[in-house]
Design a protein around this ligand. Structure first.
Ligand SMILES: Cc1cc2nc3c(=O)[nH]c(=O)nc-3n(C[C@H](O)[C@H](O)[C@H](O)COP(=O)(O)OP(=O)(O)OC[C@H]3O[C@@H](n4cnc5c(N)ncnc54)[C@H](O)[C@@H]3O)c2cc1C
Length: 402
């Protein structure tokens, strides 16, 4: 296996010579590329950058080479991330394929399923969404009612999902379905993959007060999924569902908790912003408000400690350790840390952080208002904080209960 510093030199050379230089300096979540059959291009070169990176195994560095991954270790992936940040490139590809269904297929998929789906994820050809929640099955996910009935070599799906993030932009969905209505609720669930182009799949965006529609309702009316796309066997879906939630919770915790969605709010950068709103002490040249100074330093230290812990766990997961209930600890801490960070940036900017539209606010200030509101969803998505506390009580602390 290539030695780390040799690898660093290789990826640095690739980024400096072969990657589209137009993307240099755009190390910002708004340039993230999600791929798919009808991809949205945050930059005209995003798709080409993704394809070039995929050819070199750089979109899924730790996945096996036979599926288009890099076949390398989490340490190599970290080196690549460091070089991306150093040269200011965005990641070549992001999405639920890489962070949720891909790792789940690596754990539970058959060779044929992995060969069918993983290379398309690696190359950014298929964008995935998550069909878990239903109108009457959110926290109590195991009560889901969307049915799947076998007909020949296909399952026929009927029912409704809700809160499907980016359902209208996705190509395939991983769906939890009920295949045995009489069994104990966790035992009658099947995890199946469906191509959203088949007849009988209708996606309706839910329009939020902001005018954006990041969520959808998804309706299945006699929609057909291939029986060969059942993962880990019929009525075995609850185990797969929980494993995927472990990946999802760790991903949510690290994306939001690390502050990587808003690099400008981290550490020194936030101190600089605060200086421009609050002013600096003329003699010490430090931020004038000592209480704010203390709060910014505390958030920065907490973020660094949290990142180091999540990184250690991510390394274990990529080395084969399955995410367990510890992902609930990360999810609570990381999402609450992000909410604290957003509250703090609000304090820093004062009334300028509460604009919605119109003159008097900069584009950055208007986007901060939205980030602050978005952070409220962090403690709901992927399972609410109350549900994580229940999991920790039961599975980590082993307290009595049902
Ligand atoms: C930003 C965002 C993105 C999302 N994306 C997706 C997606 O792509 N796909 C998908 O399938 N879903 C998605 N969801 C849905 C999400 O998983 C659910 O909202 C979540 O699981 C909670 O379910 P619910 O909304 O039905 O709330 P409910 O389950 O009705 O909960 C309501 C309240 O009751 C509390 N509560 C419920 N049960 C208990 C209990 N046993 N003990 C203590 N408190 C309890 C909850 O904590 C909550 O405060 C998304 C949600 C958000 C906010």
């Amino acid at each position: 296996m290539v030695e780390l510093e040799v690898y660093r030199a290789q990826v640095r050379e690739w980024l400096e010579k072969d990657a589209p230089q137009s993307l240099r300096g755009l190390h910002d979540p708004k340039y993230a590329y999600w791929g798919g059959r009808k991809p949205e291009l945050p930059h005209p070169d995003s798709q080409r950058y993704c394809e070039l990176a995929a050819e070199r195994g750089l979109t899924a560095i730790t996945w096996p080479t036979e599926y288009g991954g890099g076949g390398l270790t989490p340490a190599h992936e970290r080196v690549f991330q460091q070089e991306l940040a150093r040269l200011g490139f965005p990641p070549p590809l992001v999405g639920f394929g890489l962070t949720m269904i891909g790792p789940t297929l690596l754990q539970f998929g058959t060779d044929a399923q992995k060969a069918e789906h993983l290379p398309k994820i690696v190359r950014g050809q298929i964008r995935w969404c998550q069909g878990y929640s239903e109108p009457n099955a959110g926290s109590d996910l195991a009560s889901l009612q969307t049915s799947a009935v076998l007909d020949g070599d296909e399952y026929v799906l009927n029912g409704q999902k809700i809160w499907t993030s980016y359902g209208d932009k996705s190509d395939w969905m991983f769906v939890l379905t009920r295949t045995n209505p009489t069994a104990k609720k966790q035992q009658g669930i099947t995890f199946i993959l469906i191509d959203m182009r088949v007849p009988g799949v209708e996606v309706r965006p839910i329009r939020l007060i902001s005018g954006a529609s990041p969520f959808c309702e998804t309706f299945f009316t006699d929609a057909r999924a291939k029986a060969s796309d059942v993962i880990a066997g019929v009525n075995q879906g609850w185990t797969v569902a929980k494993a995927l939630l472990g990946h999802e919770r760790t991903m949510i915790a690290s994306v939001f908790g690390s502050g990587s969605r808003n690099p400008a709010d981290r550490g020194n950068a936030l101190a600089e912003i605060a200086r421009s709103y609050v002013g600096e002490d003329a003699s010490t040249k430090r931020l004038a408000d000592p209480v704010l100074r203390d709060a910014i330093t505390q958030i920065d230290m907490d973020t660094r400690c949290f990142l180091a812990t999540v990184q250690r766990n991510a390394d274990n997961v990529k080395a084969g350790h399955r995410p367990g209930p510890e992902s609930s600890l990360f999810k609570i801490y990381g999402t609450e840390l992000n909410q604290r960070r957003e509250e703090l940036t609000l304090r820093v900017r004062g009334p300028q952080a509460l604009g919605w539209e119109g003159p008097g606010y900069s584009a950055e200030e208007l986007s901060k208002t939205r980030d602050w509101l978005r952070s409220r969803g962090n403690t709901i998505e992927g399972g609410t904080s109350e549900i994580q506390l229940n999991i920790i009580a039961k599975r980590v602390l082993e307290l009595p209960g049902d």
